[in-house]
Design a binder for this molecule. Structure first.
Ligand SMILES: [Zn+2]
Length: 96
């Protein structure tokens, strides 16, 4: 057998450093809580994005943000989320 017995994993991803929008997205892909510099970079990116786009784009961004926040909360508080979900579902499906 030739060649090395082991190889180091090669990181082929472009550098997505903390404190950049790419860094923020990287945290998301890795299911990590974004760090403060990344949050700030993301907020700045969104501010720029909104400034360049109209109300409709802003509305879509709001919806996306709301959905993501919702998912993050559900992940952070699975028990509470499940409880609320069931109670709301019960209200909707409660037939007299
Ligand atoms: Zn970061």
């Amino acid at each position: 057998m030739s060649g090395p017995m082991f190889s180091l994993p090669v990181n082929e991803e472009p550098p997505e450093l903390c404190g950049s929008y790419g860094g923020y997205q990287r945290h998301g892909r890795l299911n990590e809580e974004p760090c403060q510099p990344c949050r700030e970079a993301n907020a700045k990116y969104i501010r720029e994005y909104r400034r360049q786009s109209g109300p409709l784009a802003r509305h879509r961004a709001d919806q996306t943000a709301r959905r993501r926040a919702h998912q993050a909360l559900a992940k952070r508080y699975p028990g509470e989320y499940q409880e609320l979900f069931c109670s709301e579902l019960a209200k909707l499906t409660d037939t007299p």
